[in-house]
Design a protein around this ligand. Structure first.
Ligand SMILES: [Zn+2]
Length: 102
């Protein structure tokens, strides 16, 4: 493995391309020993763009309110509270990368 020569964004790309199950930003952070979840979300925005250029896409399971089931279908980050019921119990978004279908 030459993983020590890869940038963080490349590591995130390969991790999400190889994973069977979608990962949360926290899991990505722990697997790659990164500093903060916030950084992971920032990296993911860039990874989504570069994946697209390479013929891949970032697949997102959007965050869902654990209390009322409200779906945040435009969020790549973890929302702090639900606009419908006000609950702060939000299941975070999960990510993986797959080849775009041709
Ligand atoms: Zn809710």
């Amino acid at each position: 493995m030459v993983s020590e020569f890869l940038t963080t964004r490349e590591k995130i790309f390969f991790l999400l391309e190889e994973t069977d199950k979608p990962l949360t930003a926290r899991q990505i952070k722990e697997i790659l020993h990164l500093d903060s979840e916030k950084d992971v979300y920032e990296h993911l925005r860039h990874v989504a763009l570069s994946a697209k250029r390479k013929g891949y896409k970032l697949v997102v399971q959007y965050p869902v309110c654990s209390n009322c089931g409200f779906m945040f279908d435009d969020k790549l980050t973890k929302p702090s509270r639900c606009p419908r019921c006000g609950s702060t119990k939000i299941a975070p978004p999960r990510f993986l990368i797959r080849r775009s279908s041709l």
